[in-house]
Design a protein. Structure first.
Ligand code: ZN
Length: 463
């Protein structure tokens, strides 16, 4: 079931929609998971709870604590915190605790139940669901934000067996391939040629010379598109994408609120160097970051025409957020901000073309980076070719979500309209190959997703 996102902008701001988790989707056929206890989720336990509460709220809560084993010998009950909640928040919280006790058996031993109660108590104040709703939204929300869903999903998946581990190790430790060695020889010239070609390709797509020039696109259309992309991504990767209790999707993150016009991006020399540096890294150009950046800077200083073209394209192409940079220990450090995205509002004139689908692809890709679990991102630092994890996994998931977007757009005219407006059919795309695809082949889609979205890296043979 895909949510069709309406353009929600009113009075210059986007109205917030409450959201809840997607634990119901645990039964989605393509996840390959069959979680028996989830069928209990249709039982809210309302009547039972009324009986339990007849002994008083405190008595009920302390019983629940005992059942969940959240109060070690000699430690105080959490009740004073609960008693301090507003009446409505407390009622929601107690219903949530009851639901958790009903589903406790399904959770693994090491599920942090004390943390789960603390999270639910915090969440009670910003809750999005009504316990009396009969659409399962309360159950999904509680079991997601408590961390139950993530724990249950992780526990259902086993680490790769020995033979698979060996194959995975071979992929992770594969030496830089011949193409990379070649890149290292005569690097500066080759790098410039490669980047000049990339610039030409981008110009051809986003700012075709001659033709009809450029016209303005509406930032409001782009924010609506980003909201629809978010719905597609959630639809494609549930339950994993929502099961991380402290993930952006459970913290009132709306991608549409983070869309800016590329025109707003700085285009000075530093920004130009960063633009080329990101591209060089995406193409796996090896080398010391400082040297690479210095080489790019020299190129742009010597070649005003190239510099002008980079400055022009910064304003006309889609891109992730500006990096946080810091000079540390004499070395250049940077961290890309994936919580913001810049999209072109000056676009090729004429009927919208394939570039609109390309824009959808880029937005999916950048959103996925934002949704990657920090433990997954950290794991990339420990392997010979970190880009296999960071970009390779992201590209594979992007291809999958894009295929999902194609399907949904074909089935739902409103989804298609929100994604690409009047643009024609989506272009055919080759299935991504390479090391990340080999990893997916070995571990299968569930472990691949659990590693990426839940940070459970043992499932891909790391950690
Ligand atoms: Zn990327």
């Amino acid at each position: 079931m895909i949510a069709v996102i309406e353009n929600r902008r009113t009075d210059g701001g986007l109205a917030k929609t409450k959201r809840s988790g997607d634990v119901n989707d645990i039964n989605a056929a393509d996840s390959g998971l069959r979680l028996g206890p989830v069928s209990q989720l249709v039982v809210t336990g309302h009547e039972d709870l009324a009986a339990l509460l007849s002994a008083g709220e405190q008595g009920f809560f302390e019983k629940a604590e005992a059942l969940l084993g959240t109060v070690p010998e000699g430690f105080p009950s959490m009740w004073p915190d609960v008693a301090a909640l507003d009446d409505a928040d407390r009622r929601w919280f107690l219903r949530a605790v009851h639901l958790l006790t009903l589903n406790d058996e399904a959770a693994p031993e090491d599920f942090g139940r004390q943390g789960a109660l603390a999270r639910l108590a915090r969440w009670a104040r910003v809750r999005g669901s009504d316990p009396d709703a009969d659409d399962g939204s309360f159950e999904r929300e509680v079991l997601t934000v408590s961390g139950w869903a993530g724990a249950v999903l992780g526990a259902r998946l086993a680490a790769p067996v020995q033979e698979e581990q060996a194959r995975l190790r071979a992929v992770y430790n594969s030496p830089a391939d011949a193409a990379l060695d070649e890149k290292a020889d005569g690097k500066a010239d080759r790098l410039r040629d490669a980047l000049a070609q990339t610039l030409a390709e981008r110009a051809a797509r986003w700012a075709p010379p001659g033709a009809g020039g450029l016209e303005s696109d509406d930032l409001q259309r782009l924010t609506a598109m980003a909201a629809q992309v978010e719905a597609v991504v959630v639809d494609t990767f549930s339950p994993y994408v929502r099961a991380r209790f402290d993930g952006p999707l459970n913290e009132e993150f709306h991608y549409a609120d983070h869309v800016h016009s590329s025109v707003e991006r700085p285009d000075d020399l530093d920004a130009q160097v960063s633009y080329l540096y990101d591209e060089a890294r995406a193409q796996e150009w090896p080398g010391d970051p400082d040297e690479l950046r210095q080489g790019l800077r020299e190129w742009l200083e010597d070649d005003p025409e190239a510099a002008a073209e980079v400055a022009r394209l910064i304003k006309l192409t889609p891109l992730h957020g500006l990096p946080d940079t810091a000079e540390g220990a004499g070395r250049y450090r940077r961290r890309v901000r994936f919580d913001e995205v810049y999209l072109p509002t000056d676009v090729p004139a004429g009927p919208p073309g394939e570039w609109r689908w390309e824009l959808v692809r880029v937005v999916i890709h950048e959103l996925l980076h934002r949704l990657a679990h920090p433990a997954f991102v950290d794991a990339a630092r420990g392997v010979t070719r970190p880009l296999v994890l960071t970009e390779g996994f992201t590209e594979l998931l992007t291809a999958e979500a894009l295929a999902g977007a194609y399907g949904l757009a074909a089935a739902h005219p409103a989804v298609r309209q929100a994604l690409v407006g009047e643009a024609g059919e989506p272009p055919a795309r080759a299935r991504p190959s390479g090391p990340a695809a080999e990893i997916l082949e070995i571990v299968g889609p569930d472990k691949f997703r659990a590693a990426y979205f839940l940070g459970d890296i043992r499932l891909i043979g790391l950690g």
